[in-house]
Design a protein around this ligand. Structure first.
Ligand code: ZN
Length: 161
């Protein structure tokens, strides 16, 4: 069957950046399984999958605005290095969770000076154009239970039904 609203899709994928470096892939793992049209994958990829069927492959290029957003300078933050329990461990490129006024967010260290550390709260893939190669492995109708729950049930589903 063809992918349509609320189909259950199994899909192999490889995600590369503009330099051709692999960011993520299902290769060597199980395919990604998701309910189509349920905001479980990024919108710019999802809308390009409509009407594909098992065995179809497609290359999809997704602009930042339809992926993880554009980079925002106001998401950079400078904090004192004395706020870190172990300043020796604070290195450019390190990622960790930090409490913010919007709750816990992932940030990346982008600069370490003598007294200040600059943190970047943009998503690591913000501003990146994403290059997907996808292959549809299977498309099936969602079960009544899955439609009621709005997500896919696997054989080892943990939430009690
Ligand atoms: Zn469920």
């Amino acid at each position: 069957m063809k992918i349509t609203h609320q189909s259950v899709v199994s899909m192999d994928y490889t995600l590369k950046n503009k330099d051709g470096a692999v960011i993520d892939t299902s290769e060597g793992k199980t395919p990604l399984v998701f309910m189509y049209g349920s905001n479980q994958i990024i919108s710019g990829l999802e809308r390009e999958l409509e009407s594909l069927q098992s065995g179809d492959s497609k290359d999809v290029v997704v602009d930042p605005a339809d992926a993880y957003g554009v980079r925002r300078d106001d998401l950079l933050d400078k904090v004192s290095i004395t706020q870190f329990p172990d300043p020796e461990q604070v290195k450019v490129g390190a990622q960790f969770n930090a409490g913010t006024s919007q709750g816990e967010r992932v940030c990346t260290v982008i600069d370490v000076a003598a007294e200040d550390v600059t943190l970047d709260f943009n998503h690591p893939l913000a501003g990146e154009t994403l290059y997907f190669q996808v292959k549809i492995v299977d498309v099936r109708e969602a079960t009544a239970d899955e439609l009621a729950h709005g997500h896919v049930h696997s054989p080892n589903c943990q939430h009690g039904h």
